[in-house]
Design a protein around this ligand. Structure first.
Ligand code: DGJ
Length: 800
């Protein structure tokens, strides 16, 4: 029978949110409140659980507390064995496999700022003491000297709470940690929709929505990387939550390996959310006196729709995850040779591509895969990080000098974590590849993964990469990773349940050492596109290649899903050739740009092969992007309509995104049409968060409309008949582009916010004028909206 302890509450406040924990009379931590910010003098009593009746089969905590059932409590952490039958946050084995533990309050302290969590290489940070407040609560098991420290850092300005747990083994025996969630949030009701971001290679992070039903929903990765299958970001939304209204929570994990998020609806209709290292295939031997620290997890709350939760996460990532030289710095427009050449290039060809790119305004040229060893295809040479002199006879430095002399930055692709069987590295160190002796190893893209749990391998990598970066005078590095894990084994001799986590720790060690050694390099993470798009990587690399799929239409879904948890400044987004190499879809050059502009812009194509008018279009695009890039990369991002991922079926054919500056005096809007329809109803551009008190101009970004879009209709205006198959038609298609419609409005902010502007009609078979919008399938527009002082109260639409 346990003595009662004095009850107390601990409260954390962000700008707009409040989190309240109660230490109850048995010493357990209960969540009393997480939601919209409360008054300082708010009444706490109504938040206390009302425990006045027994429950049939329930297990009461002890004889002194016959009405306290763990099962019905909202707990900050949970263990098996004391009456909580939901998924436990802490499963630790001691003495012949016992797992019952009972963590109760020991002490706590609250400090300003965010003290670094020891031993965590990937974690959030606060630059000033005012940015954050940290609560550290120490719990101890009632019987054994096992301690659990739970850290809560509230990043005040963006309302994000970061959580870690540290488990210390004070016993004289070793413990086996089977599960240690980074964060648990128990909510008092279960009326939530789960929103997760799922997919696979080339279709990463599509939005999945389902209502939380009884039982457990699991979102997880077991393939060794955070994965394109299921991202670690998860939202819980009220069923009526929209982009702009309603309650939601957003969660994420600062981790690049196997993760698990569970959302459980208990028999008593409580909701439990947990995130952390995936316990499947995980166990960690904790020796006496040692501690185990979980990766950090983060969460935020919004009562004004999921755009606000996203905005909180975006500010958090830009301010408290991304660090170093490139923090809040505008990212250069790049050109990457991959889809222009694949493995087949020479130094002259690369310089030619770079010159063409430079002529159009590109600032950084990136040499992708194929520059090293005997790398003419993907069966060979990973690990042989010396230049392929057949392709680049003058070496990397000479190429870098050539590119630098154009006035461009130079970047290089590497895939450090890998080894090809056909490589000098493998000949020398076959045991460095992850394989099980005596078993035929499975392969991914013909390659194997280096055992980064080994220090000698990590040291080699830091050395080898350092040499490459130095020789290449690299301003930028694309760090690729093109296979997932199989045949887990290490010669190091530790317990194999530790392998996957040890790999991630090893990776972070290598990355942190290189980032420290080369602080000026702009690193871009990549894993077959977005197979490792997570906050762990973003602690070292400020941007990530979002997907190998650069088809504009697919990208609206991929970037749209990614935008829930990650800001535009982190998303590599390229304009590539048409037909697109992943989907064979044809999309006009302007629409490809309009979508890519909502990320870190690049071109991944032979820009020299474009027609003169397309080149001009690209030149204009880059100039436009540079002018507005602060807004596009760091503005406040809103989803208005999400195409196929929209909750509202009416919006399924449309993708609308907005970026706004801090005071909403300037905005850019993407309006992307998936499939064209004829004779559609009046289209309205409404920006619900426009400032009612402002007056705005709405301008369309000037873009080219290819004449080819009109097909044989061209004969309606041509004085001579033009055959659809003939060379004249081909010449016209290639070289003639029309200017888009003249669309210009002056609108008061209240009208823009409450009703919206009636846009010019789309081409619909009849009639065509300078006001007709010709979008077609996958067509789009970018609208520039900015505040004006309205001279005449009567100024109105079309008053250009
Ligand atoms: C996968 C990446 O996602 C691509 O962009 C490209 O770099 C290839 N690897 C090169 O092998």
């Amino acid at each position: 029978m346990e003595k009662a302890v004095a009850e107390r509450t601990i409260r954390l406040d962000g700008k707009n949110t409040t989190y309240i924990i109660r230490v109850n009379r048995t010493g357990h931590l209960e969540n009393l409140y997480y939601g919209k910010r409360l008054r300082q003098d708010a009444t706490i009593e109504p938040l206390l659980p009302n425990r006045s009746v027994g429950i049939g089969t329930a297990v009461a905590y002890d004889e002194n507390n016959p009405l306290f059932f763990m099962e019905t409590a909202c707990l900050e952490t949970s263990t098996p064995g004391k009456g909580d039958f939901r998924t436990p946050a802490v499963v630790v084995e001691y003495e012949k496999g016992m797992t019952t533990l009972d963590f109760v309050y020991n002490s706590h302290r609250i400090v300003k700022g965010k003290p670094e969590v020891p031993g965590l290489l990937a974690q959030s940070y606060a630059e000033t003491a005012q940015d954050a407040v940290t609560l550290q609560i120490q719990l101890r098991d009632r019987k054994l000297p096992i301690l659990l420290q739970m850290n809560y850092t509230m990043f005040v300005g963006c309302d994000v709470i970061a959580r870690t747990c540290i488990l210390t083994n004070g016993t004289k025996e070793k413990l086996v940690v089977r599960n240690l969630a980074s964060l648990q949030l128990d909510l008092p009701d279960a009326n939530w929709d789960i929103v997760s971001f799922d997919g696979a290679w080339a279709r990463e992070r599509g939005v999945t929505r389902r209502h939380l039903e009884s039982g457990i929903t699991e979102i997880s990765s077991t393939c060794g990387v955070s994965s394109s299958f299921h991202n670690s970001a998860v939202f819980l939304e009220r069923p009526d939550c929209t982009a702009e209204k309603g309650e939601c929570f957003a969660f994420n994990l600062i981790y690049s390996g196997n993760h698990r998020e569970i959302i459980e609806k208990s028999p008593f209709s409580l909701a439990r959310f947990q995130t952390g290292i995936n316990p499947q295939n995980f166990s960690w031997i904790l020796a006496p006196g040692k501690e185990f620290t979980t990766p950090e997890a983060v969460m935020t709350y919004s009562c004004s729709g999921n755009n606000t939760a996203s905005a909180n996460m975006h500010t958090f990532v830009n301010k408290h995850i991304v660090r170093g030289t490139w923090k809040y710095r505008q990212r250069p427009v790049l050109c990457n040779n991959w889809e222009a050449t694949y493995f087949n290039f020479s130094e002259d060809r690369i310089l030619e591509l770079a010159e063409n790119a430079h002529d159009l305004g590109v600032e950084l040229f990136v040499l992708d895969d194929g520059w090293f060893g005997q790398r003419d295809n993907d069966t060979t040479s990973l690990g042989d990080w010396f230049v392929n002199t057949k392709k680049l006879p003058q070496g990397l430095t000479s190429l870098a000098n050539g590119i630098h002399s154009l006035g461009m930055l130079f970047g290089i692709w590497v895939e450090p974590e890998m080894i090809s069987r056909v490589s000098r590295l493998y000949d020398k160190h076959p045991d460095w590849a992850i394989m099980i002796p005596g078993r035929n190893p499975s392969v991914g893209r013909n390659q194997f993964i280096l055992d980064l749990t080994r220090k000698e391998v990590r040291d080699y990598l830091v050395r080898a990469m350092g040499e490459v970066f130095t020789l290449a005078k690299a301003d930028y590095v694309k760090w690729d990773m093109n296979r997932i894990f199989s045949d887990l084994h290490s010669v190091e001799g530790y317990f194999m349940g530790e392998f996957s986590h040890r790999y991630v720790l090893g990776l972070y060690d290598v990355m942190s050492r290189l980032v420290r050694e080369f602080p000026k390099i702009l690193f871009e993470g990549c894993a077959s596109g977005g197979n490792r798009f997570d906050l762990g990587i973003l602690c070292f690399m400020p941007q990530i290649w979002t997907s190998d799929n650069s088809d504009a239409c697919c990208r609206t879904r991929i970037q749209g899903g990614t935008s829930y948890a990650y800001p535009a400044s982190t998303m590599g987004a390229h304009v590539s050739a048409s037909p697109n190499h992943q989907t064979l879809r044809k999309t006009d050059i302007e629409s490809r740009f309009n979508v890519a502009a909502f990320g870190v812009l690049g071109y991944e194509m032979d820009l020299g092969a474009l027609s003169a008018s397309e080149k001009q279009a690209v030149k204009n695009q880059i100039a436009f992007y540079k002018k507005h890039r602060a807004l596009l990369q760091y503005g406040r991002f809103f989803r208005i309509s999400e195409g196929v991922d929209s909750k509202d079926k009416e919006d399924a054919n449309r993708v609308k995104w907005v970026v706004a500056n801090a005071d909403y005096s300037e905005m850019l809007v993407l309006d992307f049409q998936i499939l064209n329809q004829s004779n559609i109803s009046q289209e309205i551009l409404r920006i619900p968060f426009a400032k009612p008190e402002f007056d705005y101009v709405i301008e369309t970004r000037e873009q080219k409309v290819p004449v080819s879009q009109f097909g044989s209709l061209i004969n309606m205006i041509s004085p001579v008949h033009i055959s659809q198959e003939g060379s004249v038609k081909k010449l016209i298609d290639k070289n003639v582009m029309l200017k888009n419609e003249d669309e210009y409005h002056i609108v008061s902010g209240d009208v823009l916010a409450y009703s919206g502007v009636r846009l010019s009609p789309q081409f619909s078979g009849t009639g065509f004028s300078s006001n007709t919008r010709v979008l077609g399938d996958f067509g789009s527009r970018l609208y520039h909206i900015y505040r004006v002082e309205r001279k005449s109260k009567n100024a109105s639409k079309n008053a250009k």
